[in-house]
Design a protein around this ligand. Structure first.
Ligand code: FAD
Length: 406
């Protein structure tokens, strides 16, 4: 890949910088070195920031213009992401909507759904969440038990989802349900758009070890969803979900994005902290810094390579799994080394008194290693679909989900 901007890309970058400067006073900014997803930024500020960016043409850059996007290239999208990070703008509140739900509505929604939802999604007028995982179905997503039963023009939904990021602020969600338990597990699923404010939807935030509540349990008790809110045909939910999951891996780590704190902030931290460590600790810290920087730059440049392939018309494939895996591992090494560099001050940082960026990142990296496909599941995908190794035995793939026990 050529790392220099082409003349067109340089002109586009200059235009993005100019727009960001023009709207600077309307945007939330991170403190220097603060991580892009910070629980201390308020929902209202984040919604406003996304709206300002969308109205300036800086959200949904690569989405088709007919769906409210800018009809730009993936390269332009990457330039906007880089410039937002450079300007210290936090992650967009509707990142799940933009990265996963929106592309699913574009691919499988009706014209009416696209018109009603997509522009509002880009402006964060509606925040979206993804309602897939359940207490007994995560990696084995097709084992889900939330049911949708047809009743006249509606479907009636009962069941529970869990780990639903943003459900506590979401207005809408994409919901994967079982509509036919007598078919094999992948064949009896159907996807819907659900109104998170509908009667019968209960959201209970879960508290994480870092203190924040990013995700939730969501309960559905006789929730009625009009058939017009179905995404794809009944029984086609798995195919629709694959669109979401493929986009999820790209959004999390597959297309040149950095997971966790930027390597530049880490190098700066190392420069400041290394000289103050005693000699024995310094030796170990130097090794950890070297390993972390190599991993972070490796993940970044592999991401750029995938981005180049996408910008030349390729589709996100199983190699996005390798991107997420490498990005997560790099983020873990960076956060661990960041804490090591604090030496004894790590104790104070943990109380929130000092530089607690590294510990807070350390506390959510295990979650990133699970969300959107666990490390182990991604290794399976790489083994099977990239390296061509024999697949795992799957004994329940062809039998009815109900096992004939209904
Ligand atoms: C930060 C975060 C945000 C999330 N946000 C959302 C969201 O917005 N919406 C949503 O629907 N879900 C969300 N999830 C849930 C996430 O998709 C699931 O946690 C994930 O799919 C794993 O499922 P599980 O937790 O049930 O673990 P399990 O699938 O039960 O896995 C348990 C362990 O077994 C291993 N394992 C499982 N199967 C295999 C296998 N075949 N081979 C080898 N090892 C295996 C796993 O790697 C793991 O170590 C989120 C999770 C996290 C952590």
């Amino acid at each position: 890949m050529d790392f220099d901007d082409s003349p067109d890309e340089a002109a586009y970058r200059a235009r993005v910088r100019e727009l960001l400067e023009r709207h600077a006073s309307e945007l939330v900014r991170l403190r220097p070195g603060q991580e892009a997803v910070d629980p201390r930024t308020s929902e209202a500020e984040l919604r406003r920031t996304q709206r300002v960016l969308a109205d300036a043409g800086l959200v949904g850059v690569a989405w088709p213009a007919e769906f409210g996007g800018q009809g730009g290239t993936l390269m332009q999208q990457a330039i906007v992401s880089q410039e937002l990070a450079r300007a210290g703008v936090p992650a967009l509140i509707n990142h799940i909507g933009i990265g996963m739900c929106g592309p699913t509505v574009i691919a499988h929604g009706s014209q009416d759904q696209r018109e009603r939802y997509l522009t509002r999604l880009l402006r964060a007028d509606d925040v979206w969440c993804q309602l897939f995982s359940e207490p007994a179905s995560g990696s084995d997503l097709a084992a889900l038990r939330t049911t949708a039963v047809r009743d006249g023009d509606d479907w009636v939904v009962n069941g529970q989802k869990v780990w639903t990021t943003l459900a506590h602020v979401a207005d809408l969600g994409i919901l994967l349900t079982r509509t036919d338990p007598d078919r094999p597990k992948h064949a009896g699923l159907t996807m819907f758009v659900v109104d998170m404010h509908a009667p019968g939807v209960t959201v209970r935030p879960l508290r994480q070890m870092g203190g924040q509540s990013d995700f939730n349990e969501v309960f559905f008790d006789d929730v009625r969803i009009p058939d017009s809110e179905r995404l794809g045909e009944p029984g086609e939910g798995w195919r629709v979900a694959l669109t979401t999951l493929m986009n999820e891996r790209v959004a999390i780590g597959g297309a040149g994005g950095t997971i966790g704190l930027p390597v530049e902030a880490f190098v700066q931290h190392a420069r400041e902290r290394l000289p103050g460590l005693d000699p024995e600790r310094q030796v170990l810290a130097r090794q950890a810094v070297g390993r972390a920087v190599v991993a972070a730059l490796g993940a970044r440049y592999s991401g750029y390579r995938r981005l180049t392939a996408l910008s030349q018309g390729g589709l996100p494939g199983p190699e996005a799994s390798a991107g997420k895996l490498a990005g997560t591992e790099a983020a873990r090494l960076v956060a661990d080394a960041g804490v090591r560099l604090l030496g004894d001050d790590a104790v104070y940082a943990a109380t929130g008194e000092g530089d607690d960026r590294w510990q807070r990142t350390q506390s959510w990296i295990p979650g990133i290693a699970i969300a959107g496909g666990t490390d182990q599941v991604l290794r399976n995908i790489i083994g099977e679909r990239v390296l061509g190794l024999p697949p795992e035995p799957r004994s329940d793939k062809t039998v009815p989900f109900s096992g004939g026990r209904r």
